[in-house]
Design a protein around this ligand. Structure first.
Ligand SMILES: [Fe+2]
Length: 280
């Protein structure tokens, strides 16, 4: 039995979950060992738990050195380039965009933040691409893909990888409740680059998923900078507004707020009727 077949079997019998049933925590290193040892019994238990709606939190996925490099290299990129937008085709450069409430209306879901996209066909302006891809390959393998699946694809091939770094600033940073497409990758794959409550970060809001009673389950309190989380893409989830009581002017280019790393294999703009996130 392959990992892919284990997922197919479990999803066939239980269906894709809409709601979060809690979380399961382990270290990233532990997941890597299980995946690389091909321990199908342990892998199968994890798959079963995720198909039942559990979100898998992977502690210590990135060192502080790496999370800091991601943030500071992203800020340096912002300072070298204007906020802009590009369609995901073969000429698409790395780019960043300040998405305020008004710009947010152009997207399928409400998302307010300063977002940055780094693509594998461009030079590594993030500076730590190999470390990120090393973690992503393990997650790809765990979710039934080849570790290098899509990695060297370009948009005209349909599905391509995208590394996203987002600052959700205090006062306005938000991501409405949504579900993500799962035809390319089964799970959302989220890296945490800040710790709620830490000095210079933020105090309120952050990542939640919807439980079966429609309640918002705050997952951020189980998470610190350097952790990672994956959950089936159909589980409704979002980001509660960051520090809504902040009285400071919004600083789109600052340090403060919630920093997030999103790894996603998405349909490029070459795909007819490309699937994107849907409001829940
Ligand atoms: Fe999402």
């Amino acid at each position: 039995m392959t990992i892919k077949k284990l997922w197919t079997k479990n999803i066939k019998s239980s269906g894709m979950p809409e709601f979060c049933s809690g979380h399961h925590t382990m270290t990233y290193e532990n997941l890597r060992e299980i995946v690389q040892s091909k321990d199908l019994k342990l892998i199968s238990e994890l798959i079963e738990s995720m198909v039942s709606g559990k979100i898998l939190i992977l502690k210590d996925t990135f060192s502080k050195e790496i999370t800091r490099a991601i943030k500071s290299n992203t800020q340096a990129f912002w300072n070298r380039n204007h906020s802009t937008f590009h369609k995901m085709n073969d000429e698409c450069p790395n780019f960043h965009r300040v998405i305020d409430e008004e710009t947010s209306k152009k997207y399928s879901i409400r998302k307010v933040g300063h977002t940055t996209f780094f693509f594998p066909w461009n030079i590594d302006e993030l500076g730590v691409r190999e470390t990120i891809m090393d973690r992503w390959r393990v997650i790809k393998e765990f979710t039934g893909l080849h570790p290098y699946e899509y990695e060297t694809n370009i948009p005209s091939e349909g599905t391509c990888d995208r590394i996203q770094v987002v600052l959700y600033p205090p006062k306005c940073g938000i991501l409405e409740t949504h579900s993500d497409p799962f035809h390319n990758q089964l799970t959302f794959a989220s890296g945490y680059l800040s710790t709620r409550g830490a000095k210079g970060a933020y105090k309120k809001g952050g990542f939640y998923a919807i439980g079966k009673n429609g309640n918002k389950i705050d997952l951020e309190h189980n998470i610190v900078e350097g952790d990672f989380a994956i959950g089936l893409a159909t589980i409704k989830h979002g980001v509660e507004v960051i520090d809504p009581d902040s009285t400071k002017p919004v600083d789109w280019y600052g340090d403060e707020g919630r920093w997030f790393l999103g790894l996603y294999s998405n349909d490029s703009d070459n795909v007819k009727n490309r699937k994107t996130a849907k409001p829940a």
